[in-house]
Design a protein around this ligand. Structure first.
Ligand SMILES: Nc1ncnc2c1ncn2[C@@H]1O[C@H](COP(=O)(O)OP(=O)(O)O)[C@@H](O)[C@H]1O
Ligand SMILES: [Mg+2]
Length: 335
């Protein structure tokens, strides 16, 4: 049978007249194209039933090395149930759950070394101070270098000298983030990591995730905040009633996202400019308009620039709506 080695293929692909530097550049590009990043998280056909529509049903999910993956869904959708399987806390009724090729339940102990996680409900040792808790975790993990712990405490502006019992939800969440990241794990599994954090801290958290991604970490995080997922993740999956609804590249989603604007005009005479334009008017009340814009904003801004505007506001879309609109367009891609 005819076969061709990878090296021959590479050689054939490179034009013979190029200099060494350019050839090496081509080699690297071809290597990259042929090498698929390994799967770090692999969930196949996972089912865990707690009754009709309760639990997780036939769920498939994969996360590649170095990818930040968003796991989205309303309360009770099955996010925590899925994550508990990944942490090796529960066994599936059906299907397989693997991290770095290892079974999450059977090999939980080995997987834990390279895993950092924030569980949905953080069960802390209430009688301990934050510092005591972190040192306790460091000892359990046999962690001698505490540099990352200290830099995280500083970055998140966390007061570790307070008893956990007396900490606010946000402080406990920060403590959870430090405990999850301080041993610099390769994989992060974060169940609603920003719940309880104020908007300023949510921004800092996004920054933190971006930094971790730059270092090649693989991250799966659940959330019901679309904006946060949009800012951090490469792909996102939405589940509802334990079933997968959609899986998308965030970039694709952003391109088709519909925005609704509230536009109030200063002058009645400008009404006609809007009415005669090709803008999609959803509602109109005298000089107040609700306008839908999909994708590019250029035309909308062009039209508005010819009117006198009293106020302009944007309506935030529900995450689910964004996904559903996307899928109505037929733009969805499953892997
Ligand atoms: N141990 C359990 N026993 C019974 N029902 C459960 C259990 N764990 C989760 N559930 C149910 O499964 C559904 C999914 O829960 P969960 O995974 O916690 O959702 P999410 O994290 O997306 O809010 C919910 O209806 C919840 O009540
Ligand atoms: Mg949950």
């Amino acid at each position: 049978m005819f076969s061709i080695s990878f090296l021959t293929l590479k050689t054939l692909c490179i034009p013979y007249f190029l200099d060494t530097k350019t050839i090496n550049y081509y080699y690297k590009a071809i290597d990259k194209a042929f090498t698929k990043e390994p799967l770090m998280i692999e969930i196949k056909n996972l089912t865990k039933s707690y009754g009709t529509n309760k639990g997780v049903f036939n769920l498939d999910l994969t996360v590649q090395k170095g990818e930040v993956f968003g796991f989205l869904g309303p309360n009770g959708a099955g996010k925590t149930t899925t994550i508990r399987h990944l942490l090796g806390f529960i066994t599936p009724d059906n299907g397989t759950v693997k991290i770095a090729g290892k079974d999450c339940f059977k090999e939980a102990h080995t997987i834990q070394k390279d895993l950092g996680y924030i569980a949905g409900e953080i069960a802390f040792f209430n009688h301990m101070k934050g510092a005591e808790f972190l040192h306790f975790i460091a000892k359990m993990r046999a962690l001698s270098n505490l540099d990352k712990m200290h830099s995280l405490i500083e970055f998140l502006e966390l007061d570790i000298h307070v008893k956990i019992r007396k900490m606010s939800k946000g402080m406990k969440q920060k403590l959870g983030i430090v405990a999850a990241l301080m041993h610099d794990p390769k994989i992060l599994i974060l169940d609603e990591p920003t719940s309880g954090l104020d908007p300023l801290m949510q921004n800092k958290f996004v920054e933190l995730i971006k930094r971790e991604k730059k270092q090649g970490k693989t991250i799966l995080m659940s959330s019901h905040n679309f904006e946060e997922i949009e800012r951090t993740c490469d792909r996102a999956l939405i589940i509802k009633n334990g079933k997968k609804m959609a899986l998308s590249n965030i970039k694709d989603l952003k391109n088709v996202e519909r925005k609704i604007f509230y536009v109030a005009l200063q002058n009645t005479k400008d009404k006609d400019i809007i009415l005669k334009s090709d803008l999609k008017i959803i509602k109109q009340n005298h000089t107040d308009f609700e306008i839908e814009v999909s994708g590019n904003l250029d035309y909308f801004i062009d039209v508005l620039s010819t009117c006198k505007i009293k106020s302009l506001d944007i309506k935030k879309q529900q995450l689910e709506q964004v996904f559903m609109d996307y899928y109505k367009e037929g733009g969805g891609k499953d892997d």
